[in-house]
Design a protein around this ligand. Sequence first.
Ligand code: AMP
Ligand code: MG
Length: 350
Amino acid sequence: MKDRKTFHGRTVLMILSLLFLMTGCSSGTTGYSHSFFAMDTYMKVEVWGEDGEEICQALEEEIERVEQKISVTDPDSDVSRLNASQGEKCSVDDELFYILRESLEIGQATGGALNISLYPLSQAWGFSSSASGYRVVPEDERQEILKLCDCSQIQLNSEDRTVVFPQGMAVDFGAVGKGYVTDTCANILRDNGAERALLQLGGNIYAMGTKENGKEWRVAIQDPSAEAGQNGAVLGSVSVKDKAVVTSGPYQRYFEEGGIRYHHILDPATGAPAENGLLSVTIISESGLLADGLSTGLFVMGLEKGIEYWKNQNQAEVVWMTDQGELWVTEGLKDAFQAAEGLQINWVSR
Ligand code: AMP
Ligand code: MG
């Protein structure tokens, strides 16, 4: 495998907190690998095929394009323009309209657990990179901010592609953006005739095609009970083809104060980090956007409600890890999931 360009990120903050891949290097067709920093995280794309090098470049450009559109920290992005609309009608393009609509739908399907309007709260906690530092937000302040976080107040008008929401409201796509761009990157791979590819966009993995030997890719899922990346322990692995594998967990971003750990996935019911006995949720789906939205949403929902959600749909499979060290896996993964040695699987069936 040729390494076309080296990693030029600012920090390796997330590198070791990611899902990682047991790819092995294929002989035969040349594979190209390209690493870079985007969307506040480390990314690596690997593409096999004649135009692999050009495709790698196109993927980075695509990720930068989408980042420029949806970044909340870039004052010139479309999302910043929307967030500055102050209760006025705002025109958005088809792409942003689509991301908004899909995110709101996942929000509804998860009973409000995925809530793209929590941005003011993320800022107050200091989890947004635009914030000055971490801070434990007191209850009364949380309740005050939560009044601005009601997604039902977001009006989408598909006729003229406009959006209206109340003054003070602000959206961010931290929970779905990498998933969305996974899907547009998958289109680029297909349209340009890539033979096989692996995308690692922060905690979002996408595996296209199969390994050269025709077998599916095996994606390892980090054991969240081990300190992020300290010992590389995994809770298991899943074999996939043309699928996104996305994990959400508190270990991915957090701070500590007074001996308590506060993480970045907020529960819209309390305005505080979601605490429900889960250490991580992994979603496997053909849709990167859905997988990303659900990984965050199902993390907030907890095991029981998450299982109920899964039973009523057929687009995603799920792996839960609890703080009791229990592994729960949906039965659609019966042939695909392999637990790490010593871990027992609780199969979830309909
Ligand atoms: P993920 O890593 O995909 O689970 O997304 C986590 C990011 O989504 C956080 O860093 C916040 O920017 C944002 N976020 C936190 N809690 C929520 C939530 N309940 N709904 C939607 N976005 C959230
Ligand atoms: Mg997510």
